[in-house]
Design a protein around this ligand. Structure first.
Ligand SMILES: *Cc1c(COP(=O)(O)O)cnc(C)c1O
Length: 354
């Protein structure tokens, strides 16, 4: 039976990417060797790394603009501390829009003064705070573009003259933005790009080298840039699979093309959540995420029956995060429109037979 994978992370990848990655594990580039048993310094793998970094910048429209792309390990969670380690000298400002922002903020406090400029914690993070001030005397402003757990997304980024650091783990490559407005972007691969094990970091080089502390090599962006993501052994399988996804995206027409499909998926699903009396959307309407759609059952609706219906339809990964409850449909780039249609059909069936 066909599966419809709404998992929040690790999450669905394009079928052809999974197939090609599997083939490379057996026989990479017709070398008669596996991708995971050759040197990362071999010509074939160096070409993979170079192409992945170049393609990431190309898709984001950041070529020749003073940016570098690198692939690191330790997940987005390591970026919470690494960003502060490399950039926080005195004071930084954080926008707190959920679990991941809160964790980033906590780590940054180890390195300097951290101002929580605004928070939506008062409403269990179901909205994005707006109209808050960003001081001009801070080292950087940090935000989370898409809140994977709560299903909110920043649609209008605040304007500021200070460097902007953004955790884009769950919506990178999903929508068109002027990425040159950001100075440091990081994203764990496992939501919209590849398997867990690597994190894409895109940095405007000129923001580096401004803190006075000594930085351990493994946590120093400059070291990884200079060594072209090969300071130590990179996670070769995760980087190669990410490259396959980036190529898939480019062939599709890049971010503009996928954004169009993502809009269709999100619209179809939110329309049903709003129309169907058995469901209530979790996030504030104007802040709704186009990647993670969070909703709950209306009072009295039969949870057991709904759970049975979607499982019978081949849907998986629909349960909400424990801090929100209810349901979360993650509709990342690789999830086909057809899967959303199946879910919407299930929601309608649930209503008609209730
Ligand atoms: C999943 C996620 C993280 C955590 O990523 P790890 O790779 O597990 O460290 C951080 N931020 C956001 C927005 C996420 O969705």
């Amino acid at each position: 039976m066909k599966k419809h994978n709404f998992s929040a992370g690790p999450s669905i990848l394009p079928q052809e990417v999974v197939k090609k990655a599997a083939e490379a594990v057996i026989n990479f580039n017709d070398l008669g060797l596996s991708l995971i048993e050759i040197s990362h310094r071999s010509k074939d793998f160096v070409a993979v790394m170079d192409e992945a970094c170049a393609l990431a910048l190309e898709l984001l429209g950041l070529e020749n603009k003073g940016y570098k792309a690198i692939f690191l390990q330790g997940g987005a969670s390591t970026q919470f501390l690494m960003a502060a380690y490399n950039l926080l000298e005195r004071k930084a400002g954080y926008l707190n829009t959920g679990t991941w922002s809160s964790k980033a903020l906590k780590e940054a406090k180890l390195f300097g003064e951290v101002l929580e400029l605004a928070s939506s914690k008062d409403q269990n993070f179901n909205y994005i705070p707006k109209n808050f001030d960003i001081p001009t005397n801070i080292d950087y402003f940090h935000c989370t573009s898409n809140n994977t757990i709560f299903g909110t997304q920043i649609h209008q980024f605040p304007k500021t003259s200070v460097p902007v650091v953004c955790d884009m783990s769950s919506d990178i490559f999903s929508r068109q933005l002027d990425f040159s407005k950001f100075d440091l972007i990081y994203a764990g691969a496992q939501k919209n790009m590849g398997p867990a094990g690597t994190t894409l970091v895109v940095i405007k080089e000129e923001i580096l080298g401004k803190v006075s502390r000594a930085i351990p090599s493994m946590l120093d962006y400059k070291v990884h840039i200079e060594k072209e993501s090969m300071f130590n052994t990179p996670p070769v399988f995760a980087v190669y699979t990410s490259l396959l996804t980036l190529k898939w995206l480019k062939n599709l027409g890049g971010i503009a093309a996928i954004e169009h499909i993502n809009e269709q998926k999100a619209t179809a699903l939110y329309e049903e959540v709003d129309r169907n009396p058995l469901f209530i959307g979790f996030a504030n309407k104007e802040d709704r995420s186009k990647m993670n759609v969070t909703f709950n059952l209306s009072e009295g609706a039969d949870k057991e029956r709904f759970d049975l219906l979607w499982k019978e339809a081949g849907i998986s990964g629909l349960n909400g995060h424990r801090s929100v409850g209810g349901y979360r449909a993650s509709i990342y780039n690789a999830l086909p429109l057809e899967s959303v249609e199946v879910l919407v059909e299930v929601m309608k069936t649930f209503e008609s037979k209730s």
